[in-house]
Design a protein around this ligand. Structure first.
Ligand code: SF4
Length: 213
């Protein structure tokens, strides 16, 4: 895709949502980290439903660690993969307390060394908590980037690298939010709402669905 078209896409997405934010609900960087760990292969809605009461009684690393794995599981059992996630969250809390003075690391490698934190989670935390122009590629961003033709690739890392290279700096900060919004509400996995899509004229997807029937 040429640079002008790519810029046009992000101008349109920006105009529709000038200041996009994550739909995960959190009050601190720690809570953001935990919410993003819990959101792997789960919806933000399901995470918010579980973390709302959880963060009320256990808002920080110490209180979640003190809660223990068994009780934590009770709180997050409505979220997919909750057994593994509970284990990872408890281990991450312990490491934050023991090794990082209860602070969230601000670099990708250290973040990724925490249990349950993959590259996407690290990117989302760096972006939302520390204002770094990282692009977390989740299932929505991966699908939309490939369909639009702004960054094609067989895996998330390929797509992330291409997005980083192709997206103009001025749009990088919010790029992944805009692509998530597009993927969540319009460029839906099973049947994209191309008839209702603001960037349809620039999209390279060959099987556009232009009928609302
Ligand atoms: S035109 Fe269709 S396929 Fe392309 S981004 Fe929009 S919804 Fe997705």
């Amino acid at each position: 895709m040429n640079k002008d078209d790519l810029s046009k896409i992000f101008q349109i997405l920006k105009k529709a949502t000038p200041e996009p934010v994550t739909e995960l609900i959190y009050k601190t960087n720690f809570q953001l980290l935990i919410a993003v760990i819990l959101s792997a292969q789960a919806t933000d809605k399901s995470v918010n439903a579980a973390t709302k009461p959880l963060f009320k009684i256990a808002p920080d690393a110490k209180s979640i660690y003190n809660l223990g794995e068994k009780k934590l599981k009770e709180h997050i059992k409505t979220i997919g993969l909750y057994n593994a996630k509970a284990k990872n969250v408890i281990k991450t809390c312990k490491i934050l307390l023991d090794e990082y003075n209860n602070k969230i690391p601000q670099d990708r490698d250290t973040l990724q060394s925490l249990p349950g934190v993959g590259r996407k989670t690290a990117n989302v935390v760096l972006n939302n908590a520390f204002g770094q122009p990282t692009i977390g590629v989740d299932t929505h961003v991966f699908r939309v980037s490939n369909r639009l033709g702004i960054a094609t690739g067989k895996n998330v890392l390929q797509v992330e690298k291409k997005l980083e290279k192709n997206i103009p700096d001025k749009f990088k900060m919010h790029a992944h939010h805009w692509l998530i919004i597009l993927g969540r509400y319009t460029c839906i996995a099973r049947s994209p709402r191309c008839f209702d899509c603001k960037v349809v004229e620039y999209c390279k997807y060959k099987k556009k669905e232009m009928s609302n029937d």
